[in-house]
Write a protein of this length. Structure first.
Length: 304
């Protein structure tokens, strides 16, 4: 196995859960945690190191921002989280400042590094981080709607009594309130989801709504979400580490629009290898346009 060094910046609930998932999935030989709260970070590392004997990962240690810039994979999970009833986009002012100073502090960045943005609003902050870091677009991307897609698969799996891994359906667009499911191309075993009797359009709309609301529901109950995103980011690192070329809906740079949002993409050891030309029906085209407008509106607001 390649001796991959993975740096996680932000040792809060999300960053430490990602570290734990990496350890238990045996991904990354060396894991580094970086946080401005160094005492908390030390405690998290001591705690996480107790899981190392059960893993093929060889070390977990604390680093500086400068050390993080030298890693093979740099994961950014630093910043404010949503409060109850707060949308992800409301975090933009606080988190854009954090990301801008953080990218400055990790320079010079390993020019072969893969950078994964997790901090919200993820699509906009990935664009900011790409501009500040100068890394090629294919090497810097966000977790995007990968988590939302897994949430949708979970709900569909229950409804259809089929394994979640056998369901091919994507949530795309903004990782936020304008995300939407691509029902026209969704299938199980080559059969369109729309042909399953349990999946009337009304039923599908309800599942899409439940998927979109799940983060709000979790935050209302326990204040934050972190296990699901940790499993997603660890799986992304596995795909990169083993050059698996898995298709995942990630927040990628969309040339046509000049911004980042999620569409199914092939992920390998060099980053995003291709964005698949998935087809949209007329209604989905309109939803995509709406999502793009939402993202552009936020970008415009934060650049004025
Ligand atoms: P948290 O408050 O538990 O942790 C955030 C950590 O960032 C803190 O430990 C803080 O000290 C650290 N930090 C702040 N500024 C820093 C800096 N400049 N350098 C280093 N560390 C810094 O929050 P959390 O629950 O871990 O959430 C982190 C982010 O992840 C939030 O923006 C949240 O919205 C986002 N998130 C994204 C997804 C997704 O699907 N993309 C899912 C869940 C959470």
């Amino acid at each position: 196995m390649k001796h991959t060094k993975i740096a996680i910046i932000g040792a809060g609930a999300v960053g430490t859960s990602i570290a734990y998932a990496l350890i238990l999935k045996n991904i990354g030989a060396e894991i580094m945690l970086v946080d401005i709260n160094t005492q908390r970070c030390t405690g998290e590392i001591l705690d996480l190191s107790d899981a190392l004997p059960f893993s093929l990962c060889s070390s977990i240690h604390q680093g500086t921002a400068l050390d993080a810039g030298k890693a093979d994979i740099i994961i950014i999970a630093a910043g404010m989280r949503q409060g109850p009833d707060q949308s992800r986009t409301e975090l933009i002012d606080a988190n854009a400042q954090i990301i801008s100073s953080l990218i400055r502090s990790i320079q010079p960045i390993n020019q072969d590094a893969i950078m994964i943005m997790v901090t919200n609003p993820v699509d906009i902050l990935t664009l900011c981080a790409q501009q500040y870091s100068g890394l090629p677009h294919k090497q810097i991307f966000g977790s995007g709607t990968f988590l939302d897609t897994q949430r949708l698969h979970g709900l569909l799996a229950q409804k259809l009594s089929v394994a979640a891994t056998s369901i091919h359906a994507y949530v795309v667009g903004e990782h936020g309130d304008s995300q939407f499911a691509l029902w026209s191309s969704a299938h199980v075993g080559g059969i369109s989801l729309r042909h399953f009797p349990q999946c009337s359009q009304h039923e599908l709309d309800l599942l899409e709504q439940q998927t979109q609301n799940k983060a709000y529901e979790i935050i209302a109950c326990k204040g934050a979400t972190y296990f699901g995103i940790a499993a997603c980011v660890a799986t992304m690192c596995q795909t990169i580490n083993f050059d698996q070329k898995t298709v995942m809906p990630l927040s990628c740079y969309q040339e046509k629009y000049g911004i980042y949002f999620s569409l199914p993409a092939v992920l390998g050891k060099k980053g995003i290898e291709q964005i698949l030309p998935i087809e949209f029906d007329d209604q989905e085209e309109k939803k995509l346009e709406h999502s793009v407008q939402q993202l552009r509106g936020i970008i415009k607001k934060c650049s004025t």
